[in-house]
Design a protein around this ligand. Sequence first.
Ligand code: MTE
Length: 308
Amino acid sequence: MPSFSMSRISENQVTPEEIFFKKRRQMLIAGMLTGSSFLDRTVYAKDGLTSDDENAGALKATPIELITNYNNYYEFSNDKKAVKVLAQDLTLHPWTITVDGEVENPFTIDIDDLTKLFAMEERIYRFRCVEGWSMVVPWTGFSLARLIDRARPTSRARFVAFESVHRRSEMPGQRAGSLIWPYREGLRIDEAMHPLTFAVTGLYGKPLPKQNGAPLRIAVPWKYGFKNPKAIVHIRLVSSQPATSWNILAPSEYGFYGNVNPLVSHPRWSQQRENSIGEMKKHSTLMLNGYADQVAYLYAHNDAKALY
Ligand code: MTE
């Protein structure tokens, strides 16, 4: 497993989940957390919640058993419950990440060195899959902007392209033909540099499980889950919009932006409500997944299409 340094909240590595969250809540109330204001606002975000929203109030993290046993990871299987077992065959060492393209300082770094570079933070984010289900996930990691800054993007860098690992010998789904491999995703550079966009190395204060995208995945909380690539090996700064896996497969169903928008239906289902995994009732889906106050400005100059 990759080494795991947590300079801010290392106690959570040994604290049972319920106590961990109780303690964190007390710390937040006491204003002791040193994270950015985004962190505080995200943990207990009321931003964008509508009055009829059953979610109003503190976000309650989905139990870890559910987050780690119900996974979309097509490199292994399209059966969400089979992914966990199959993903254990993925070798995580050695693992390097290359950041290159339109940058002054391209580099390749080993994942163990990367996790030592930045102080780790925790972010509790809503997670909304385009299929209509949602979770609340306590991720550990660092702002993606820090990694990108290190490469010093040139003025030609307008998008960021992510590539997941391509390893047919360990990934049975890559031997079948569901998507074009490797899994590819992308963001506009201002989206990638936004403080909410998170490079994830852990979950519930522990190293990221293989089925959730170890050793490195991206969390973009205002976008549908498919915009959160797992097992990243390559981050390329590019001048034009990169091709992305689900968009190549079904462009009318999965836009490049993939922003959560309850007003825009998927061609085959409504996006107005969501099934919160682990709860009996459905919830209203929030504009930009509840992060509109923080990110709507990114789309102020786009036509409405940019929102999905
Ligand atoms: N990344 C890779 N490499 N392969 C995938 O199949 N699936 C995406 C995204 N990232 C996927 C991926 C989709 S559709 C979703 S909903 C989320 O991962 C699921 O993340 P989770 O299993 O941690 O809930």
